[in-house]
Design a protein around this ligand. Sequence first.
Ligand code: FPP
Length: 250
Amino acid sequence: MSGDREQLKTELLEQIDKDNIPAHIGIIMDGNGRWAKARGKTRIHGHQEGARRVKTVVRFANDLGVRHISLYAFSVENWARPSFEVSALMRLIRAYIIRERNDLHAEGVQFRLLGRMEELAPEIIRQANISTELMKNNPGLSLNLCINYGGRAEIVDAIKRIITEGYKPGEISEQLVSQHLYWPELPDVDLMVRTSGEMRTSNFHLWRGAYAELYFTPVLWPDFDNAELLKAILAYQNRERRFGKTSEQL
Ligand code: FPP
């Protein structure tokens, strides 16, 4: 981080309410391609820079006391990208899981993969399972890497499991659906961030994000540094979360 950015980070940190840190932050990491194009580099280079950014943001979020961070690294729709880009992303994700395992563990982080596992390469699942198992008793933030993830797919998969388990229509409730999502112990998303100026949630955390505060920034993902994370948290802290009630009822 440059001196100016460090200074900004220090100033922003002073404004943060440490008692109101969003417990679960979801991030749609967008803009790697545009970041690379602006520098005359390949899209793959943009994704590599994006992967580097993951490391700093996860560590800082853990330091701030964020309990969960869900990162949208590969959606169910991303298979439609050119095959060389899909392969490069899968290689990057696999390399990230292996390379960062010990550091994340040392930092007390937990690790979970969210998505349709059956369509992923067995080696990615195997590596993810090693990390999950190693870190499962850690006290820190849970890093939820969303790969081959889709919010609709998650709900469909939950419904399939509910039917398989033989529930009757009268027994089906929101709580029951929540209990059949991927990793049911994960709480709702409090703050959903999307980088690169796009203002969509693109099938990310449809169920758990029902009441998420949305934060859109024009910053491209490889430029999203710790000061940018603090800006997103500050914006969240300045919102009034009413969950359907009036201001007077809060
Ligand atoms: C969107 O940018 C980004 C993705 C589809 C992939 C996100 C992947 C990473 C950040 C790197 C891998 C992650 C890990 C955890 C190692 P885009 O390609 O759509 O950008 P563009 O809209 O500018 O083209």
